[in-house]
Each structure stands twice: as C-alpha cells, then as structure tokens.
Design a protein around this ligand. Structure first.
Ligand code: AHR
Length: 503
C-alpha cells in the first residue's frame, strides 16, 4: 500500500471568502450552444419563449451565478444592434470567427430572459476587434442607462423599460491572438482598453471591467502582454482575464492529470505581473483574476477544422462537441481544487462552455438533454464549495510523469460553510497506479461527522456518457471511518472525492 496522505484543516486558518462567481460559465454564439442548445422552439421541452426546459433544469442544477456572453471569438465581429428589437427585422450576419451564419433570432433580450430563468447574471463582452470605444458605449447605454438619450430610448422602444443593469463587462476577447478579428499588440490593445474603460466608467460607475490577459500560458507574448496591458489600463480596470484549455493529446493519463502544475505556474505568473504593475504604479488597488475560459478542449478539434473549412456558413453547425471521458472529469476536479486554493485572487471563473460546445450539458436535437462526465465535479464544487476556502496542510507522496516532475499524488481543498455548519473536502488521487490511504484531521470542527461521501472512480479512463446512458457518475461511498475528529479512507487511483462533514 502507498504512503498515507495527511491533511490538516482548521476552521480559523483561511484563504478567503469564495466569490460565488467562481462558478460561472459561458455561452457563445458558436455551433449549437444557442440554437438547438438553450433555444429550440418546437422542441417538446420548449417553453413559450422557445427555451428548452430540459436544459434549463440541468443549468439550474449546476447553479451558475454568472454567464459570459456572446463570445469568445464571436464577439470580435459582433454587431449588437442586429441582435435586438423586433425579431422579424433582425438581419443575418456572417460570423467570421466560426465561419457560420448567425440568424440573430436569439439576442440580448432573449439571453436576458433565459438568464432570469436559470438565476444567472450576464457577463457581457464588447467588440474591441472590428469595433471600438463608441460602440461599447452605445451598447452600455442600451443595456444600463435610463436616460432620455438615443440608445436608452431604443431599448425602451424595444419593450425593455427597466435597464438590464449588467455589472461585469469584458473589454474584448483574446486580443493577443493572431486568429482574433482585429488582433492588436499589447500597447495598442492596452491603450484602447484603457480609453474604453475610462469612458464606460464615466457613463456607469457601478460596472466592473475585465481586461484581456493572454489567450493561454503558451502564447509567445505571455506574460509581457499582461504587464504591458496593465501598464496602460491599471487604474480603469478591475480584473484581468485568463484562458486555458487542456487535452490529453499524447494519451498519457498520468501526464495529463499533472497539468494543473502548469496551471499553478500560470496563476503565479499572472498574479506576479499584476502585482508588479501595482508596485510600479504605487497603487493601492489589486487587480483580481477572471479565469473566464477553462476546460478540456481537444477531442473535436480536427473534425471542427474540416467542418469550418469545407462546409462554411452553416447555421448552428456541430462544432466543438467534445465528448468527455472519465479522466477529463478528474482533470476538471483538479482545476477546481486549484481555483479554490487561489480564491483570494480568482473572483470570477467561467467553465467554457455550458451547452453543446465544449460543455457539461449536451442536447439531442430530436431528443433529450444529458450530462457529460465533466458535469459532476463542477456540480459538486458549485453546490458544496460555497463559503470560506480553508488553508490546508497536506503531506502526500509525489511521482514523476513524462513531462512533469514531483507531481503530488493527492490534491485537496476544503470549504467551510458557516451558514450550513458544514465543511466539505474535495480531493483527487491523480496517481494512476496506486490507491492511497488518506487521513484528514478535522478536530477543530468539534462534533462533526461524515454526512455524505461521494466519489467518482473508474477502471476505464475513457468511459463516456451519452444521451442513452450515464456511465460516469458519482456514487455514495461507505468505506471510511471517523474517530475523534480524524477521518480515514482510501482514495482510489484516479478518483474524484467529495467528503461532506457536519453535525
Ligand atoms: O471557447 C471557445 C473559444 O476559445 C472562444 O471563442 C475563444 O475565446 C477561445 O479561443
């Protein structure tokens, strides 16, 4: 048997209050996320607005407090005026990002109505690719102002009397990427972001703004991009974005599950860049992190390239429909644990995306909605990971993988919810060879016992779910014991574990 891993938590040793917006997600006008995803008039489960109720129910299960919209790469050639007002007058547009045809049948008004049904707020992005400051201001006026002026008046004319009151705004998307319509270098973008932010806050000083960080940690310009962009925009913005997708391209599970080591480095570097600029500017304010795109994304990539190149300008094509397996769910659990450990700086995060497009929820056009494997770790952390993140002491064995050295066998985080009088431990054993005995010292939580232990375990790393069968799902685990505030169990190799303790 492998060396025992030991965790100690204390209710008074804390990292931060977790911002619920860490459990956000993302809907882009891409593939079937909107059309035949959240919106499908005529589907047996559709309500009077054409929203699929089966999808609404699953989104409500995930309890997503904020949803980024309408892109993504899509936003960099987005003409918002085409997506509002009477539906019969809306015109079709070419979406250059995904080489698709956008009908604009579903727009801001519909998205806002849908968000109300799933209890989410909108996180809106403005087009700083092919458009700029003036357009961002027009959209902000349309959404948030109640003045006697052109765009506020237009919204009222469209039947929306009360402003939408959107609080969080993204200043473009992945502007460092060559693939982005209107891509810019760091200083060009930093200046544009600063001037747009300044003007937007002059119009509505209640909003919060997210400036674009790098598209991923492998960009050649990372992390100089972050430093240069913030040097221009520091005083006007509140968050910097991070995006990162992972994949098991070399089909090496151990190495794949080690990738949150890279995520740790990414987070440390972005925080360092923010704090470097803070020091340089003698500023008192912190820039926090908006990790507004994260997930696994690789299964569908080759197929998507063929689809976009050979059959462009379709409406709602099948794009980015990754089918996730068991190991992808474990990796997502590891990512969520990493976020909890950095919840002092990550205030917003968006699982990218929510429905059909690299998503935890899939729909059959002629059939039901269903849960992918990755649904569950997100569901658990969103449900039981609200409250205060505790700083844990963890001693665990380490192993080496093909590209990573000193990889911890066990990764774990704990969240204390004082209101519910409950503490939840989230733990992954990412050792692919060995089950590992695990001990958690929770003596500072006097009188607590295990209320529920949920685990996801599998011998088959490639096991997937489908509309017909949910083969990957958690089960209630009974193999543990608890005496005098010490919990003992064995974490199965490659497993996701949720241990809920309370009185
Ligand atoms: O989420 C899919 C795409 O990934 C987004 O449109 C873009 O921002 C990122 O490259």
């Amino acid at each position: 048997m492998a060396e025992k891993a030991k965790m100690i938590i204390d209710k008074n040793v804390r990292i931060a209050e977790i911002d619920n917006r860490m459990y956000g997600s993302f809907i882009e006008h891409l593939g079937r996320a909107v059309y035949t995803g959240i919106y499908q008039p005529g589907h047996p489960s559709a309500d009077a607005d054409g929203f699929r109720n089966d999808v609404i129910e699953l989104v409500k299960e995930l309890d997503v407090p904020i949803i980024r919209y309408p892109g993504g790469n899509y936003v960099s050639n987005f003409f918002w005026e085409d997506s509002v007002g009477p539906k019969e007058q809306r015109r079709k547009r070419l979406d250059l990002a995904w080489r698709s045809l956008e009908s604009n049948e579903f727009g801001l008004q519909e998205f806002s109505a849908w968000c109300r049904k799933v209890n989410s707020e909108i996180m809106m992005a403005v087009n700083l690719g092919t458009r700029g400051t003036a357009d961002a201001l027009n959209l902000l006026e349309y959404c948030n102002l109640d003045t006697d002026s052109r765009y506020a008046e237009l919204r009222r004319k469209h039947g929306v009397i009360k402003p939408y009151g959107i609080k969080v705004w993204c200043l473009g998307n992945e502007m460092d990427g060559q693939w982005q319509m209107g891509h810019k270098n760091a200083v060009e973008y930093g200046r544009l972001a600063a001037e747009t932010a300044k003007a937007m806050k002059k119009m509505d000083d209640s909003i919060e703004l997210v400036v674009c960080g790098s598209s991923n940690a492998d960009m050649d310009t990372f992390p100089q991009w972050e430093a240069s962009v913030l040097e221009e925009s520091y005083e006007y913005v509140d968050y910097i974005s991070l995006h990162q997708y992972y994949g098991n391209r070399s089909n090496d599970t151990a190495d794949y599950l080690a990738k949150t080591q890279e995520l740790e480095n990414f987070l440390h570097s972005v925080i360092a860049a923010c704090d470097f600029v803070k020091a340089k500017k003698r500023s008192k304010k912190n820039i926090n992190l908006s990790f507004d795109e994260w997930n696994v994304w690789y299964h569908s990539k080759d197929q998507d390239d063929t689809e976009m190149n050979e059959r462009p300008w379709q409406m709602a094509p099948h794009l980015l429909e990754d089918i996730y397996n068991f190991e992808d769910a474990v990796l997502n659990g590891l990512i969520l644990i990493t976020f909890l450990k950095h919840s002092d700086r990550i205030k917003i995060a968006c699982l990218a995306q929510l429905v059909n497009v690299i998503a935890p929820i899939m729909t059959e056009t002629e059939g039901p909605a269903w849960r992918q494997t990755i649904f569950y770790p997100f569901f658990h952390v969103s449900k039981y990971g609200r409250g205060t993140a505790l700083k844990s002491l963890l001693s665990t064995g380490v192993h080496d993988t093909r590209e990573h050295a000193g990889v911890t066998d066990i990764e774990a985080a704990a969240v204390y919810n004082e209101e519910r009088d409950e503490v939840t431990i989230f733990a992954v054993n990412r050792n692919t060879m060995e089950n590992i005995p695990f001990e958690a010292d929770v003596r500072s939580f006097a009188g607590y016992r295990v209320k529920e232990y949920l685990a996801m375990e599998s011998e088959d790393m490639k096991r997937v779910n489908s509309a017909k069968e949910e083969r990957v799902r958690p089960y209630k685990k009974e193999q543990y014991c608890m005496n005098d505030g010490i919990l003992e169990t064995v974490l199965k190799k490659c497993s996701w574990n949720v241990i809920r303790l309370g009185r």
